[in-house]
Unconditional design. Sequence first.
Length: 131
Amino acid sequence: MSHFLRIKTQIRERAPLVQALRDLHHQFQEGQDLTVRGFVGAKTTADIVVDTGCNYDIGFQRKNQEYEIVADWWGVQRGGQRIQQDTFVQQVSRQYAYLVVREQAREQNLIVEDERTLENGDVVITLSERA
């Protein structure tokens, strides 16, 4: 019986996902058909696998145009770094979105006027057009 849970995301691009994981100081591997470990030797594959410091991994699998997060969260939350599902998904999604917005602003030749982080961790970026 598999304990793997798949979480749909709005993450579409690999480069900002990888950078978000780096920014959040996660150790990970990139490739194809990498092994994601779960309960009692259960395994699945992913394109990006985060090392959680225990016998359970967190994977990012490409499904159509988006990535899914796949993990046996029971083991991940109790193992090595005790990574909590909601916190992990929220932090990665937030950092990914931040990087995508910054890149889109650069591509559209916009200037970052101000950037602040709110108490809840949300980032507010004020942009303007170049004169």
